[in-house]
Design a protein around this ligand. Structure first.
Ligand SMILES: [Zn+2]
Length: 481
């Protein structure tokens, strides 16, 4: 049987507000347990939540960037369930009247190329606290609970079941994180739980319209786990179906150590949560002026920026795609391009030299010590023919961490490119005299040795010779005799 995989993702994203969604407690990660709490986020009786306007701004920002329809009226609801990390006994979320509906995200994979994944909805809710099962002397017998996280604002982004492979789910989650970080609504830090993903996975015979029974994989907190957990789950369901069995609708957890998923509980239905509208919060009304204000504040989005890099700056599609994958990188490249005046030179250097150093130093692009202005100045010297590319590469290493100014270094050290035919002629004669065998084999038709001879001239001039000119002069000289 040929099975088709059907995947939908639900991504929880912590919004980067200073304070919680319904109280003034800070949201800072890593504080000592239970110090960022108050009667409201601890769910004491009689307290009243007040919605954080900034959290709504961030939610709207995400919705606009993802092409959602913003609902003029949405309603917070109580989702009732008991768990020790939820002191109120209910979570304030949105149910049948979410803030945003529809929308889409474009992804790209090796196997299926470019593809649009639809969104069902985005709603706002509060995060729960965190259970601590490890790290205490009595952890073997006790668990502790930290409520610092309870009340942190979240958006839940629910996709349509549009993905057909673990690779597509991985691409979707990656592209979604990149966009949310790009527009500044989250820090996107997966280790700290700022972004968490649940995956609904089912199989159906290819060609069948109706969906199969799905299992929900909970709390996939890394890109790798999303892919591995789905791959495992697809194998598990296929084995059950091919043996004539039935998949049970349930929630499963992925165990990365054993690379398998294990059953956690049978899946609740919405009615198990006994949702009802939150009586302590008015309905959320978002008027067109508010939406427009958020829209005006949105930065240029990655897709538009990539297109502009190609259309206006003449970059290759593939280069534009890498440069526009991350906002910090796109900003850095554009600043270098502006300082250089030639986008293609700037792109070539940022994509090779700068990204190589960033990788070696294991730093963020935002932490690059070489300012775009100084790299731009260096590249102007190359473009104008003042220094050779070889000299520029050497200087780049030095400029990377030091604060020197490229023009000053070139002047002080006399690194200006030699384009004087007389001076180069002398160097060429000396190289030919020192390498008679190579000169002879060039004349015998082995033109490949020209590169070696050019290299020797470059070496003799400490890299200062104009390589294009050396090339031409050498050829002329060798063809002459
Ligand atoms: Zn609080």
């Amino acid at each position: 049987m040929d099975w088709e995989t059907v995947i939908g993702l639900e991504v929880h994203c912590q919004l980067r507000t200073e304070t919680k969604i319904f109280c003034g407690c800070p949201t800072r990660f890593g504080a000592a347990p239970n110090i960022q709490v108050c009667p409201i986020c601890l769910g004491m009786p009689g307290v009243l939540p007040v919605l954080n306007r900034r959290a709504v701004d961030f939610a709207l920002r995400a919705g606009l960037a993802l092409g959602c329809a913003i609902q003029p009226l949405s309603v917070f609801a109580r989702k009732n369930y008991f768990y020790p990390d939820l002191p109120k006994g209910y979570q304030i979320s949105m149910f049948d009247q979410p803030l945003m509906t529809g929308g889409h995200l474009d992804i790209e994979t090796q196997a299926s190329g470019r593809k649009r994944v639809g969104l069902t909805r985005i709603h706002m809710e509060e995060d729960a606290g965190k259970l601590l099962h490890e790290g205490f002397s009595d952890s073997a017998s006790k668990s502790y609970v930290d409520y610092n996280r309870s009340g942190t604002p979240l958006i839940e982004i629910v996709s349509e079941p549009d993905m057909r492979s673990a690779e597509e789910a991985h691409a979707y989650f990656t592209a979604l994180r990149s966009l949310l970080v790009w527009i500044g609504v989250t820090d996107g830090n997966m280790e700290e739980g700022s972004l968490r993903c649940d995956a609904n996975v089912s199989l159906r015979p290819r060609g069948q319209q109706a969906f199969g029974v799905k299992a929900e994989l909970k709390n996939l907190n890394s890109f790798k786990f999303v892919q591995f957990a789905i791959e495992h789950e697809v194998r598990r369901q296929r084995e059950i179906l091919e043996a004539g069995g039935r998949v049970t609708q349930e929630t499963r957890l992925y165990d990365p150590k054993q690379d398998r998923t294990v059953s956690m509980r049978s899946k609740e239905e919405a009615h198990d949560y006994r949702y009802f509208p939150e009586p302590d919060l008015p309905a959320l009304r978002v008027d067109p002026d508010w939406i427009e204000a958020v829209r005006r504040d949105l930065p240029e989005l990655p897709g538009a920026r990539r297109a502009r890099f190609v259309a206006e700056q003449g970059l290759k599609e593939q280069d534009a795609q890498v440069l526009a994958a991350e906002r910090g990188l796109a900003d850095y490249y554009e600043a270098v391009a502006a300082a250089t005046g030639t986008p293609r030179t700037a792109a070539a250097w940022v994509l090779t030299e700068v990204l190589r150093k960033v990788k070696e130093a294991k730093i963020d692009i935002d932490a690059v010590p070489l300012e775009a202005r100084r790299l731009g100045a260096l590249l102007r010297l190359v473009d104008s023919g003042t220094i050779s590319g070889a000299i520029a590469k050497g200087l780049f290493e030095e400029l990377w961490s030091g604060g020197a100014d490229p023009e000053t270094l070139v002047r002080e050290r006399g690194l200006t490119q030699v384009s004087d035919e007389g001076a180069l002629g002398e160097a060429i004669e000396a190289v030919l005299a020192a390498n008679p065998t190579q000169a002879a084999s060039y004349r015998a038709g082995k033109t490949g040795v020209l590169g070696f001879l050019v290299g020797q001239v470059m070496k003799a001039t400490q890299g200062k010779a104009n390589p294009a000119l050396v090339n031409r002069l050498l050829k002329e000289r060798l063809d002459r005799s």
